[in-house]
Design a protein around this ligand. Structure first.
Ligand SMILES: *[C@@H]1O[C@H](CO)[C@@H](O)[C@H](O)[C@H]1NC(C)=O
Ligand SMILES: *[C@@H]1O[C@H](CO)[C@@H](O)[C@H](O)[C@H]1NC(C)=O
Length: 234
């Protein structure tokens, strides 16, 4: 759950900064749904999720509504491992173990990209943004080694019909990773809906190679660990 929660959040952030992006066909109660794909390059493996969203103008909240998050319990999961059940499709080992091994990167990503491609209606693939976001596994490598891996990953991603830019293939810093986890959890718990000012939950995120702690506080501070954020209109 942690993994899929962390991931869906990049998507929320991205949608927040580009509300004009509403591709897709009218297929759900007369409204347009759209998809996003996230490759999560962690320190123990690379995971993929596909999300289907709806911009629900009838709701009070100005965040998109998550319709589906895949894989789900119904998904047949050929990549299931002990460390990665139900809501997770994972290629192992992690990308950082493929430094200067292009074929290893290709093998890891191709299975995940093909799976993602199959989850999304073909006419929407070209409008579907894809993110490859790496955490502690790549963060601990020297910059040029991490760049080498990301460039090789991009070469493979380029062969698929998804939308991406250079900045959607990158290493997250610790603060971003923490924040995205917080946004995802609070989105899932409904604490980010405009209509009610409910308290948000804090997160203690114990990952494979890093630990994040994040919570909302009431006042601003002169502190490198503090930052302001905007989600929808909040
Ligand atoms: C849209 O928002 C309304 C009001 O919050 C809610 O009742 C409805 O279920 C939402 N529709 C979808 C498809 O999520
Ligand atoms: C590259 O990775 C693949 C897949 O894990 C592995 O079979 C192969 O031996 C690796 N090649 C090198 C040169 O390490």
């Amino acid at each position: 759950m942690k993994i899929s929660i962390i991931l869906l959040v990049m998507v929320l952030i991205w949608i927040g900064v580009s509300n004009s992006f509403i591709p897709g066909k009218v297929n759900f109660v007369g409204k347009q749904s759209y998809f996003t794909v996230v490759l999560d390059c962690g320190s123990t493996g690379t995971r993929v999720n596909a999300y289907e969203w709806l911009n629900n103008i009838t709701s009070n909240q100005d965040l998109p509504t998550l319709l589906h998050s895949l894989p789900d319990h119904s998904t047949k999961n050929p990549l299931q491992r002990n460390a990665c059940r139900d809501h997770c499709m994972q290629a192992e080992p992690a990308l950082d173990s493929f430094l200067h091994n292009s074929s290893g990167i290709r093998a890891a990503l191709e299975t995940l990209l093909l799976w993602a491609q199959q989850q999304i209606p073909s006419e929407k693939l070209g409008d579907t943004p894809l993110f490859l976001l790496a955490t502690a596994g790549l963060r601990r490598l020297p910059n040029e080694d991490a760049d080498w891996i990301l460039e090789n990953a991009e070469t493979i991603i380029k062969e698929y019909p998804f939308l991406y830019t250079r900045s959607s293939i990158r290493v997250l810093n610790g603060k971003e990773e923490a924040y995205y986890g917080w946004v995802a959890l609070n989105y899932k718990m409904g604490s980010l809906e405009n209509s009610m000012k409910v308290p948000t939950l804090g997160v203690l995120d114990l990952g494979g190679s890093s630990l994040q702690v994040v919570m909302e506080i009431d006042e601003s501070r002169e502190d490198t660990h503090f930052f302001m954020s905007k989600l929808g209109s909040i």
